[in-house]
Write a protein of this length. Sequence first.
Lengths: 202, 202
Amino acid sequence: MNKGFTVWFTGLPGAGKSTISHLLGKKLKEWGRNAEILDSDVVRTNLCQGLGFSKQDCDISIQRVAFMCKLLTRNGVAVLSAAISPSREAREKARKEIGNFVEVYVKCPLEVCVERDITGLYQKALKGEIQDFAGVSDPCEEPLNPEIVVETDKETAEESTNKIFQKLIELGYVSQTGSAGHVYSPEEEDKIKERLSRLGYI
Amino acid sequence: MNKGFTVWFTGLPGAGKSTISHLLGKKLKEWGRNAEILDSDVVRTNLCQGLGFSKQDCDISIQRVAFMCKLLTRNGVAVLSAAISPSREAREKARKEIGNFVEVYVKCPLEVCVERDITGLYQKALKGEIQDFAGVSDPCEEPLNPEIVVETDKETAEESTNKIFQKLIELGYVSQTGSAGHVYSPEEEDKIKERLSRLGYI
């Protein structure tokens, strides 16, 4: 079985969590890994019908997502969690519960996120139509020690994705050479390289 | 990767769904399979905080459990769902969504379940303290075509578990010989047997 892990994206609404999670998911699948993406749409439709944006509702949502990540992670899946998680405390709980946890801080200035406003939620929040909106009327607590920071106002989504992917290799969660659903040990990799070289492929 | 599947237990509260799911989970793990159990306790604590017993709440709960089962199943996990699911329609939706779906009807007469009343919920429902309780004030729709029926007033929990386990082998979800996390093909099994025989082990 592969080593499961959860990449937990933290950042303001509109910072680029979902976009990067989908690019990373695609890359992991090409690399031979099973990946599951839990972004805001997926979470709202399947796990958190009826929950709003209040701190309490957000915390319940994070708890459910974390539970799901835990079960998938311990079964060898690469899980990408990209739903909103403004509370540092709730994220730390998720980290403890899940174990193999890689926090990615998707950093982007508020004004850029408001400008993008892909979902139209900032407009509503700024007009007061949504209460407790993270980044506007509620805090969105920055992570203190994320495994990696990507800056989406300075990098392309592809660059951010590649940085995270390299980090996953560095942390030993993803193999350097890719595989079809199987992570090779360094010894196995050496043997494969030797064979390919013998056959004249590399 | 193993072939994932979901065993979906249907039956009255107190019929024995949870007990059998835990015995089956143990057996599957001994057989080398990753198994996850989603019983009422797990579901209420982690996925459905705040939901009650009304048909609407039950349907939302089933939808969440089904989503979880789907993701685990497509990643090669053996999932045992033992939460209450009184609605036939909601179960049929779950079956379609999950795909590799084995419905087990845990059959037990209502009077026996009331007599057992392990959780004390029947007492409360009969006194009218809980509204919409499946089996008492709300219907608990019997499955029309379950893959297997076990009768917990006539069999021991171990007997029911063994019947289900045999069915899983028959359906090709579990290998006949057991393994450490890997289901062998018939050809691989033959080779292993031949080797063991050659070495004098069998």
